[in-house]
Design a protein around this ligand. Sequence first.
Ligand code: ADP
Ligand code: MG
Ligand code: MG
Length: 211
Amino acid sequence: RERLNAATAAAWVRAISAAVSENAEYLTRLDAAIGDADHGVNMRRGFAVAVTTLDAALPDTPGEVLVRTGTALVGKVGGVSGPLYGSMFRVTGRHLADAETVGPDELLEALEAGLQMVRRLGDARPGDKTMVDAFVPALDAFGAAVRDGADLARAARAAAHGAEEGMRATVSMVARKGRASYLGSRSRGHQDPGATSTALVFQALAEVLGG
Ligand code: ADP
Ligand code: MG
Ligand code: MG
């Protein structure tokens, strides 16, 4: 697809919901090792509510689809990931304003604004073993692809690869934010649950955009 519209944005949210539901046990198992064993449950519940909201009424713009998704996540997820992902989607959606369709560079800018909000709220830096460690390489790769003239599908595929590499790199990191940080150096050797769900988020985008 050349541009993202409300229907493709909603398809992205549905694809995320399917992916986190399918991987809920896996995400929870990762969280059991270094957190409180609820990340899969949190993500599944949050995105199920988002999908229900979109099923009730599909907004006219991709921006509004993402804003409503974010609102559902902020309201319905107990863990810290709810407000973080929720604010990310809300800020990303607001950044798209009332555009009916969005191209690669506009989506990139909006996602960068969303990531900035995650970093501001969570105060996590790259290397702290959080979702930021998947998000940053995802958008780096997205940006490199866009500057290379990539269309949305190719940019999303690049982002998914970047996120996955970032996710893997969290294994050797020591957590400095969130519950995993209570473990100190014992958090090393485990993949971060939030970085893993972020990889699913970008994989879903690539899938929906036909990558
Ligand atoms: P909780 O830790 O409240 O149970 P979740 O289990 O749903 O929430 O989410 C845990 C994930 O949230 C972690 O794996 C990490 O990726 C992410 N996370 C935790 N704290 C922060 C933070 N300060 N900044 C960014 N991401 C964070
Ligand atoms: Mg948890
Ligand atoms: Mg929790």
